[in-house]
Design a protein around this ligand. Structure first.
Ligand code: PLP
Length: 461
């Protein structure tokens, strides 16, 4: 490969380079994910069942095996508010680490909501709008997904109702206000609006809530709305991963501008959407063109669904109302340890990512939270951007790769996804600076116990 622009720091694409197609990994996936099952009957779901929650265009994307799916012009118009996002060579970080490695990062923190999540919120709002949906319900934990959907709902004139995990609702008032500024309604979950929320509150009025509970509430509201409201999910599902592929498609072109090709591509993984967004277009090159890029998903040791979870069928939510999927899971009743400040709290991992990891096409690593904040602070001091605590997991792994390359005297090319900025997450940084965070290893025994409550599914050939 040429080194035409190797003295530059920022690799910027113009509007004309904004991708026209999303990449669907399931066209090339050597280990296709298992069918999605109905939570009641445990039989493969029908589009009819899914259509209670999602518009038909998204259902068709969910099950599609077409390699490239066209991005609608209306979506591209809104993407242009912040895409293509910059690819930056972290030269100052390289110097600080005194490493021969080259470190590049894709900055998804430049979106109006501050993360990669609008990449899917915008098309989800669009497809709902053209299907006649009036309102969308959703959940949010740290508030990034709720902000992204609030932003997108505003552009397409949809009402947005966000069930926000109660502890975050109180700890992160500015995220809530951001959603309200875009016109969304935000409720601390569990609420009294739903059967499920009321049952959780009866058992434990002081519950901090969880992502699984908030998903159940948002699903219940949509499912019982008689069609007026649909539900929207910000990660895990195939159509979400599809939309996030714009990250990697742009990065392929930008690495080409830099005259380099990554030896390793890194992303943090909660449900798996930003990691697969940057990694799957490079996986396509591995699968179809024989490239050998390592693809590394990084998760917290407190919520280690890939590295300690079991690859099996589980419910997508705590109330067992969401579809059952085969994925790496810690069990649907998982409640993350309250000491964990770094996000990435979902109990499961995207089905395609789980299948690819299980078959050895992807790598995964779990990192303890103190080391992630240490990496995030180092990155902020070198490059100026304060990363989202989630992104700090990717940065930790990128720094470790760069240090390993230094030790081995290798000129490794490292690309990671900076999934978001941390400007609304300063309370987590404060907890870190105040010495209030500790490392936590989620116990294997807890995973083993949780497996007792998995759905009993018929053996599927
Ligand atoms: C939501 C979020 C994540 C985790 O979600 P994935 O689907 O795994 O990408 C990571 N980083 C940021 C900044 C987020 O907002």
């Amino acid at each position: 490969m040429t080194t035409k622009n190797s003295s530059e720091t920022r690799f910027l694409l113009g509007e004309a380079d904004l991708p026209k197609f999303w990449y669907n990994v399931n066209a090339d996936n050597p280990v296709p994910p298992a069918p999605v099952l109905h939570p009641g009957t445990k039989e493969p779901v029908t589009p009819d069942f899914l259509s209670v929650l999602f518009p038909m265009d998204l259902i068709l994307q969910e099950i599609s095996t077409e390699r490239f799916i066209e991005i609608p012009e209306e979506v591209r118009e809104i993407y242009k508010l912040y895409r293509p996002t910059p690819l930056i060579r972290a030269r100052r970080l390289e110097k600080m680490l005194d490493t021969p490695a080259h470190i590049y990062y894709k900055n998804e923190g430049v979106s109006p909501a501050g993360s990669h999540k609008p990449n899917t919120a915008i098309p989800q709002a669009f497809y709902n709008k053209i299907a006649g949906t009036k309102a969308l319900t959703t959940e949010t934990g740290a508030g990034q997904w709720g902000s992204a959907l609030a932003l997108a709902g505003n552009f397409f004139d949809l009402d947005i109702e966000v069930y926000m995990v109660k502890v975050s609702y109180h700890q992160k008032p500015y995220r809530r206000l951001m959603m309200e500024t875009y016109g969304a309604k935000v409720f601390p979950s569990p609420t009294k609006h739903t059967h499920f929320g009321r049952s959780v509150l009866e058992d434990d009025p002081e519950t901090p809530g969880s992502l699984g509970i908030a998903i159940s509430e948002a699903v219940e509201i949509a499912a019982t709305s008689g069609g007026a409201k649909k539900y929207s999910l910000g990660s895990v599902l195939n159509h979400v991963l599809l939309h996030q592929s714009v990250i990697g498609e742009e990065a392929l072109k930008q690495m080409d501008m830099a005259g380099e090709y990554p030896d390793v591509v890194i992303g943090c993984a909660g449900g798996g959407s930003n990691f697969s967004g940057i990694a799957y277009p490079f996986l396509r090159r591995n699968l179809l063109e024989g490239m050998k890029t390592r693809l590394l998903a990084v998760e917290p040791t407190a919520t280690p669904s890939l590295t300690k979870g079991v690859y099996t069928f589980d419910y997508g939510d705590t109330a067992m109302m969401a579809p059952i999927v085969k994925m790496h899971t810690l069990g649907h009743a998982f409640v993350p340890p309250p000491i964990h400040a770094g996000g990435l709290r979902y109990h499961g991992m995207a089905p395609s990512l789980s299948a690819l990891y299980d078959a050895g096409y992807l790598e995964a690593r779990a990192v303890p939270q103190l080391a992630t904040f240490e990496a995030g602070v180092q990155f902020a001091r070198a490059e100026g951007i304060i990363p989202a605590p989630e992104s700090n997991h990717a940065i930790r792994a990128a720094i470790d790769e760069a240090l390993d390359a230094k030790q081995k005297g290798e000129r490794r090319v490292i690309l990671f996804n900076l999934s978001g900025h941390g400007n609304f997450d300063m309370a987590s940084y404060q907890a870190y600076f105040d010495g209030k965070l500790v490392d936590y290893d989620y116990p294997v025994e807890a995973v083993r116990e949780a497996m007792a409550s998995l759905p009993q599914v018929p053996v599927i050939a």
